[in-house]
Design a protein around this ligand. Structure first.
Ligand code: ZN
Length: 480
């Protein structure tokens, strides 16, 4: 898309996002409870493909999928003090069974550290039981009082993948944090979703964590979206729940833990980052249908055209491609193009009278809408090559988009100006003191995302707030 077109589209991104979810048959959020949406059949298939990538990555790195209960007794939630303080006002509480008031009320899980902890206490005996790497994909519930947004700020987060790991030593937990970051990088790379990774400031870390690393992406409107988090929990929960193991020397030690999560926001990111005026654009690996075949009717040639279309379908199916014919006779080809473009099908194949005559088909790629023709006997190779190219190009364009929107600036004034224009992420020098971080947030009217992770950049200079010596760059943005 041209820069100008993209700019125009970005300005109405919020409306675009809401509309496209319903129009493309992905999600309907008009349910009678605010912040709860329905995954429609087409959207559910997209969700399934996205979660399959995540499952494969976790399974292949030694994680085991499980399913823990939805409800948490208040007595469990209250055991870790920072955790309960942060979550008690955000929980939905079950207070009655039928008409009988419950003696101990139950929270609908806002996250599952305190669901899993009492079971780990029962399961873990010795160092031989460790590590334990579990995950589940479930709904979590948070009583959001701010304006809700489908997939981005919801009361039922209906596709929450949470992993919980338990280790014998701090070093093992640290190594696990690194593995989790690598898994998430590979996951987002598969979706073609670009990200920055920051270590959240202490005042914004997960309640109960020693520290939190966060993946953020920039939405088309210049606001950032947190799309994944990795927490080192240290021994905070194991001490609160007294989860211990016997070491090789025979002593009892508390275990070390991590947790990390990804939600439906990953799908919001995927749709937002690749979308355009015509609708969503799906990377081929995610698309429930990779190729749609559309006959272009022409008087007296319809029989040959339909036969050619069926040939195309058979050939592509044999090559394990997800392909579908649009045989509808009540719609003109133009309306069909529009229909499938809205749904983001990576390749459209048109077969018209000229194509039949030349033993060809016309391929149109969804991301650029460029056309090419191809001989029927070379179709499979051409389609596979084009799908690969689309995957690569989507990822590259998305990364260029985010890289153009990260600004290193020297003054608060510059930072403020960029953020007031919703330019993206600003990076400034920081002395690492919370006081200055808070002042920075106030001065630029934005949120501190944290210190960059993975770029071991040594910086020299002065804190943009207090003028003291700074060793760190810190990022700030207007965040969702
Ligand atoms: Zn400072």
């Amino acid at each position: 898309m041209s820069t100008l077109k993209r700019k125009r589209w970005s300005r109405r991104y919020g409306d675009w996002f809401r509309n496209v979810l319903i129009d493309a048959g992905i999600m309907d959020y008009r349910y009678p409870i605010k912040g709860c949406g329905v995954w429609m059949p087409y959207g559910f298939k997209i969700r399934k493909n996205v979660l399959q990538i995540l499952r494969d990555l976790l399974d292949s790195t030694g994680h085991n999928e499980t399913l823990f209960p939805l409800m948490i007794p208040e007595t469990s939630l209250a055991k870790e003090s920072a955790h309960v303080k942060s979550f008690e006002e955000e929980c939905f509480w079950v207070t009655r069974g039928g008409l009988t008031p419950l003696k101990v009320k139950y929270a609908l899980r806002p996250t599952s550290e305190t669901v899993i902890a009492p079971m780990l206490k029962l399961w873990i005996r010795s160092h031989a039981d460790l590590p334990i790497k579990l995950y589940q994909i479930v709904s979590i519930f948070r009583y959001e009082t701010k304006a809700t947004r489908p997939l981005i700020r919801t009361r039922e987060v209906a596709s929450f993948k949470e992993a919980h790991t338990t280790h014998a030593t701090l070093e093992d937990a640290e190594a696990q944090v690194k593995e989790a970051v690598e898994v998430y990088k590979r996951f987002f790379d598969e979706l073609g979703v670009p990200y920055t990774i920051s270590r959240r400031p202490d005042w914004d870390k997960f309640a109960g964590a020693v520290y939190t690393l966060s993946f953020d992406m920039i939405c088309p409107d210049g606001r950032t979206l947190q799309i994944g988090t990795v927490h080192n929990l240290g021994q905070n929960f194991s001490k609160a729940f007294d989860i211990t193991y016997e070491t090789e020397k025979g002593t009892q030690e508390h275990v070390w833990q991590t947790s990390y999560g990804i939600s439906g926001r990953a799908i919001a990111a995927l749709l937002s980052v690749h979308g355009d005026d015509h609708g969503v654009v799906l990377p081929p690996k995610i698309a429930p249908i990779q190729v749609v075949v559309i006959p272009i009717p022409y008087k007296k040639k319809d029989k040959q055209i339909n036969r050619a279309c069926e040939g195309v379908i058979t050939t592509l199916k044999e090559a394990d491609l997800r392909v579908e014919l649009d045989p509808r006779t009540d719609l003109r080809p133009g309306s069909k193009f529009y229909y499938w473009e809205l749904r983001g099908i990576p390749i459209r194949i048109e077969v018209g009278p000229k194509d039949v005559e030349n033993n060809e088909a016309t391929l149109v790629r969804r991301d650029t809408l460029e056309k090419q023709t191809c001989k029927i006997n070379e179709l499979v190779a051409a389609v596979q090559k084009l799908l690969k190219k689309i995957t690569r190009d989507l990822r590259q364009r998305a990364w260029e988009w985010i890289e153009d929107r990260v600004y290193r600036v020297d003054s608060l004034e510059e930072a403020k100006q960029l953020l007031s224009k919703r330019a993206g992420i600003v990076e400034v020098l920081w002395c690492n003191r919370a006081e200055c971080g808070r002042q920075l947030e106030e001065a630029v009217g934005a949120r501190v995302l944290g210190v960059p992770v993975g770029t071991e950049e040594k910086v020299g200079g002065k804190c943009v707030v207090c003028g003291r010596k700074a060793d760190h760059v810190v990022r700030a943005a207007i965040a969702y």
